[in-house]
Design a protein around this ligand. Structure first.
Ligand code: FAE
Length: 527
């Protein structure tokens, strides 16, 4: 059996979906230059397997819909390839790069591989994203923070906040398996010295601290500590993926969706561009690659209903690129109201150097935060972040989350055929003032200096883990994520949130996705 036939028969057998010969649709497709184009027709396609994609998949599959999910990254679980630790970067450390791409200390060479962490570089900001089945949940710190209700109301004045706090947030709390570290363990575990020191210093400086919930299973962590199970958080695993302990989406929403038998996930399938057809269906040009990034085949997918859940930057790229190459209709709100969620990295040196510093052993999972949100002059939230280096560097690391008073805008640059981000140091002026205020106040009360060697003289305005917005709910879409100017296209990911939510965003992305898909299904959008 030749390869093409094999794929056709295999997929037909597995899912019962159609896999059609290219002739039928070829006339409608742009030519990619490769000959072996096959076309497949399927009712519902979801692009991307992060939070928005996983929620949509589960809820559609539960009501009996057949769903195909296209994910450009690798299915790590299926591949059996372990994630790399931060001390020994390897296959999962970077998306097709020759060097590591962590926020600092990129001294490690790599053989290009479709890794789990990617970084997009813009002039004034670098944006990190997750790649693979599970999207950002594979590489993130698992911090599961529900925003303050007052700020949620301010960001989403048209949503029923009451319903979110009584229904959707509790629902995602349960689905994502959010839990909280035991206080006794936190008090005694040497791997959390950085948190204990961070909280003690914050209190001394007059700041309020909060306990931060996480999707990492803390009972597992306690067993790790007792050496009863393989170590992950206590073995420097996080931004290149966790081999154990973390309830990433492949272990929660996606697992449940697959159990319905209605979901098919195609990994290493990157959607290049989308076309709107005369009958209001969509044609997707898709490239299948191997783990070195080499093209295996070009494919064409046809669908009636399309859900874009490629993450803020992925979704914006698909919409704007498709507009440039296929005259794909995009509403004038697309690209507007983009923000970095106020992300601003900073750090302090000489933190308790004579009494063990921040600890030579550090868990990779943050559990502490400083809540200064209600300060009218310097409103921010900051996570007390780990800096696991395998030795005590007496350094405290913080990821501040600020308000985003001045939003950015994403557009398409025809020359580079890539996104252009209108975002300059002006957008982060207030964030820098807050970081400066915070570090000075901490140093005054506790000693220490700003971390002049980290970032740019201690200020990381260009570090962004939380790109949000550009396809804002109720502006670029209707109130449930259906894109304006389209009848069969929905956006369900971080791009729905207008650039800021005041805390780490995945709880909100998941809750908004739950709300949207519930209502879209109720309105018979996928009938
Ligand atoms: P996302 O999870 O990014 O998923 C999008 C998926 O679409 C990815 O798997 C892409 O590979 C895929 N994709 C993109 N383009 C295409 C294409 N053309 N064709 C096929 N597939 C495509 O989207 N948030 C928190 O709340 N707590 C944390 O502790 C936290 N820590 C973080 C740490 C790091 C290092 C990073 C990078 C992020 C962190 N975040 C954290 C942010 C969080 O992971 C992020 O907001 C969500 O993952 C975004 O969810 P989406 O559903 O928007």
């Amino acid at each position: 059996m030749d390869r093409k036939k094999f794929i056709k028969t295999g997929i037909l057998a597995v899912s019962g979906f159609y896999f059609l010969n290219s002739n039928l649709f070829q006339a409608m497709q742009p030519q990619t230059g490769r000959k072996d184009i096959t076309t497949r027709e399927t009712p519902i396609i979801i692009i991307g397997s992060g939070y928005g994609g996983a929620v949509s998949a589960l809820r559609l599959c539960e009501v009996g819909k057949k769903v195909v999910m296209l994910e450009m990254g690798l299915n790590w679980e299926k591949s059996g390839i372990p994630f790399s630790s931060m001390l020994k970067p390897g296959k999962s450390s970077a998306w097709l790069k020759k060097k590591t791409i962590a926020p600092f200390m990129n001294i490690f060479s790599l053989t290009p591989f479709t890794g789990a962490l990617d970084r997009m570089n813009f002039e004034h900001i670098n944006i990190w994203v997750g790649r693979g089945v599970g999207g950002g949940s594979l590489v993130n710190g698992g911090m599961a923070v529900t925003p303050k209700q007052s700020y949620f109301k301010e960001v989403f004045p048209d949503l029923d906040a009451e319903k979110f706090y009584t229904t959707y947030f509790p629902l995602v709390h349960q689905e994502l398996k959010v839990n909280v570290i035991g206080e006794q363990f936190l008090k005694e575990c040497p791997y959390y010295q950085f948190t204990r020191v961070g909280e003690e210093e914050a209190h001394k400086a007059g700041f309020k601290t909060i306990r931060v919930p996480n999707v990492y299973d803390f009972q597992y962590m306690e067993k790790e500590y007792r050496n009863e199970v393989p170590r992950s958080a206590l073995n420097m695993e996080v931004i290149y993926g966790n081999n154990h302990g973390k309830n990433s989406l492949d272990k929660t929403y996606l697992k449940k969706a697959l159990e319905t038998g209605n979901l098919e996930i195609l990994d290493l399938h990157r959607v290049e561009d989308i076309q709107l057809n005369h009958d209001k269906t969509y044609t997707l040009n898709v490239r299948e690659t191997d783990t070195s990034g080499a093209v295996i085949s070009d494919k064409v997918f046809q669908c009636k209903k399309l859900i874009l859940a490629a993450g803020t930057m992925g979704t914006l790229k698909l919409l704007l690129h498709s507009n440039a190459v296929n005259q794909f209709p995009v509403h004038e709100q697309i690209g507007k109201n983009w923000g970095n969620n106020g992300n601003f990295m900073t750090g302090r040196n000489w933190v308790k150097p004579l009494s063990g510093g921040t600890g030579s052993k550090q868990s990779t999972i943050p559990v502490g935060g400083i809540d200064n949100w209600d300060d009218a002059e310097h409103p921010f939230f900051t996570e007390i972040a780990p800096l696991p280096m395998g030795m005590d560097v007496a350094t405290a690391l913080y990821l501040l989350i600020n308000r985003v008073d001045k939003k950015g805008e994403v557009s398409y640059h025809v020359g580079t055929q890539d996104l252009h981000l209108d975002w300059t140091p002006e957008n982060t002026v207030k964030m820098k003032q807050n970081a400066d205020y915070f570090v000075k106040k901490m140093n005054k009360a506790n000693g220490g200096t700003r971390s002049h060697f980290l970032f740019h003289n201690g200020f990381g305005a260009d570090v962004c883990y939380h790109p949000l917005g550009g396809c804002v709910l109720g502006k670029a879409t209707n109130e449930f994520g259906k894109l304006r100017d389209h009848e069969n296209l929905y956006v369900l990911d971080g791009s729905l949130i207008p650039g800021t939510i005041g805390v780490n965003p995945f709880m909100t992305i998941t809750a908004i996705a739950e709300y949207c898909i519930e209502n879209l299904i109720r309105q018979n959008e996928f009938a």
